[in-house]
Design a protein around this ligand. Sequence first.
Ligand code: HEC
Length: 125
Amino acid sequence: MRYLCSLMCVLVLAGCAGDTSSSSTSTSTLPPLANVQNGEAVFLSTCTSCHGEDARGIEGLGKPLAGSDFVAQSSESALVRLITFGRPASDPTNSTGIAMPARGGNPSLTEQSIRDVVAYLKSLN
Ligand code: HEC
């Protein structure tokens, strides 16, 4: 009888544990939140050489991204796409004749880092 009771306790506990793990699986399918602080670190390491430390652009290298109508008006997903693929000088939307390199020229940038840098750019506008 005592054996049966402890067996049932184990089953009840196992049942609860099962519930917890299934609910944490469903939350992990939500898209990860962008992290502005990490985005700033990515910007400082990869983008400042052309866009400037204050993100106000460098003449002949990269356009201003702070106080930019383009950044303010573009959706986050459009900005992620632009940064991922770049904008070659031959692109009809290129306005300076200078290429914006894919991933800012840093192939090791992850998609999450790009989302983070977009969140940082949005925070400047
Ligand atoms: C080698 C120089 C260079 C680097 C490095 C670079 N960019 Fe650019 N970027 C450019 C140039 C040049 C343009 C302007 C292209 C044009 O004339 O349309 C541009 C344009 C952009 C635009 C569009 C601005 C607009 O008004 O159309 C965004 C957004 C952008 N860059 C983000 C980034 C981010 C984020 C990084 C770092 C991950 C980065 N860039 C790294 C050169 C660079």
